[in-house]
Design a protein around this ligand. Structure first.
Ligand code: UDX
Ligand code: ADP
Length: 447
């Protein structure tokens, strides 16, 4: 099957970079990235220094392919009609109400997307799940498509995205593996082949793994759970280090040199953030509970609980350093994004830690090199539950680069290189990217 037109529904952190790379590598395929967010599409079509997603290397690719074979639009109907292959890259946040609230993934955007595909499709389509989804969602999507449109054949594939934000382009160029889950039927095999041929343009064939749909869906949840579990494991040990005087960085190095363990994802931190880890683990926990696997559910739930414990522990270290009362203290928060080189702050530890410091009475300046001021204010409003009028007396968002103003404490919550070389009193630095430095400092203080 020759693919000439691809449509991607969802122009976010996954859809935008992934389609830009496919467009670059497959110049003969037209790629239509659509979204129902008018402002977002306007920004994708606007100046390269203001794209909705910040990723190193992304704007250079968009510059080459936008208007050539990559197009951004709000015209979902015509993009679906024209394309032989449709990627679903819409967001799947944790449910906030109804059955499974706080745990299960909210599939309302996926369902809306499937309804659109059913409504506008006039010929056979390959539909690809790109968003992280609960296992067996492909079945649900197929159900919606087949029930609402029996005139055409829909072949569903699962092709989870493993890119990490901040290194998305690098990850897409040199993926460890590409996973394609599909049916064993002749139509399923043809669809897998069509998608595989796209990736084969730049990914070695031996790195393209084909599985059944459910294995592919569950592999994504399992990958993220295993990665997050390593961070919670090392973070839990950082608490013990603080009590014993061992150095968590030395421990990371020592255990990571065992080739069976390996060095990655062993960096102690204030907590993992981002749109995936917590959501995917909670999703996994919900799934295990659903199948009556309560011990398994509890095992994975503990990864999220340790993450919450670490955030709180870090915030309490700062508050206790000032004797529990931060009124009249001026604190500089360095970093709002959940990691360096992204403008994404979803589930960032900074949101939580800053709230605790604010509630202890501090005056706070916030600086992040990538996250726009309006996003920070939006997080404060939505996640803290305070109106902007309430906080504006004690919160100020700095736009300019790093300040040398005098603060009572400097709290580093995102691992930007610039923050490592702060020219300030090191005794006033609370480094959430290396919690043990801060712990040593706390131990030093109490002696
Ligand atoms: C993750 C997965 O890595 C990626 O494969 C998947 O597709 C999406 O979820 P992402 O959330 O973008 O990617 O970033 P990642 O690099 O995994 O970092 C997640 C969080 O863990 C960040 O807050 C980071 O600072 C933290 N982290 C990472 C640590 O605290 N310690 C580490 O050693 C590594
Ligand atoms: P991710 O990190 O998974 O890419 P984002 O929130 O960055 O998540 O992107 C998802 C995008 O999907 C958003 O831009 C959102 O507007 C878009 N979206 C959600 N539902 C629909 C829908 N039914 N039709 C079109 N776009 C949608």
């Amino acid at each position: 099957m020759i693919i000439k037109n691809i449509c991607c529904i969802g122009a976010g952190y996954v859809g935008g970079p992934t389609m830009a790379v496919i467009a670059l590598k497959c110049p003969e395929i037209n790629i239509l990235v659509v979204d129902n967010d008018v402002e977002k599409i306007k920004n994708w079509n606007g100046p390269l220094n203001n794209l909705p997603v910040y990723e190193p290397g992304l704007s250079e690719i968009v510059k080459k392919v936008r208007g050539r074979n990559l197009f951004f639009s709000n015209d979902i109907k015509s993009a679906i009609e024209k394309s032989e292959m449709i990627f679903m890259a819409v967001n799947t946040p944790t449910k906030t109400k109804g059955e499974g609230a706080g745990m299960a993934a909210d599939l309302k955007y996926v369902e809306a997307c499937a309804n659109d595909i059913a409504r506008y499709s006039k010929n056979d389509k390959i539909v690809i799940e790109k968003s992280t989804l609960p296992v067996k969602t492909a079945e649900k999507i197929k159900d919606i498509l087949d029930k609402k449109n029996s005139r055409v054949h829909f072949e569903i594939l699962s092709n989870p995205e493993f890119l990490a934000e901040g290194t998305a382009i690098k990850d897409l160029f040199k993926s460890d593996r590409v996973l394609i889950g599909g049916d064993d039927s002749p139509a399923g095999k043809n669809a897998i082949k069509a998608l595989s041929q796209i990736y084969e343009r730049w990914i070695p064939r031996e790195k393209i793994l084909t599985t059944n749909v459910w294995s592919s869906e569950l592999s994504k949840l399992a990958s993220n759970a295993m990665l997050a579990q390593r961070i919670s494991s090392i973070n839990s040990l950082s608490a013990l280090c603080e009590k014993t005087g061992a150095d968590i960085d030395e421990i990371s190095l020592a255990i990571g040199m065992d080739h069976r363990i390996g060095p990655h994802f062993l960096k102690a931190s204030v907590a993992f953030g981002g749109s995936c880890f917590q959501k995917d683990i909670l999703n996994l926990v919900y799934l295990c509970q659903f199948y009556g696997l309560h011990e398994v559910a509890e095992y994975w739930h503990q990864v999220v609980k340790i993450n919450d414990y670490q955030k709180n522990r870090f915030a309490q270290n700062i508050i206790q350093y000032f004797g529990g009362d931060l009124r009249g203290k001026k604190i500089l928060i360095l970093g709002w994004a959940f990691k360096a080189n992204t403008n994404d702050s979803r589930e960032s530890a900074s949101i939580y830690v800053t709230q605790k410091i604010y509630e202890a009475g501090a005056n706070i300046d916030i600086y992040d090199p990538q996250v726009p001021k309006e996003n920070i204010l939006h997080d404060i409003n939505i996640k803290w539950g305070y109106t902007l009028d309430e906080v504006k007396k004690r919160i100020y968002i700095k736009k300019e680069s790093l300040s040398t103003d005098k603060y009572d404490a400097y709290v580093i919550l995102t691992e930007y290189e610039d923050f490592k070389t702060l020219e300030v009193d090191p005794n006033k630095v609370f480094d959430g990217r290396n919690i043990f430095d801060n712990a040593l400092y706390s131990i030093g203080k109490s002696q």
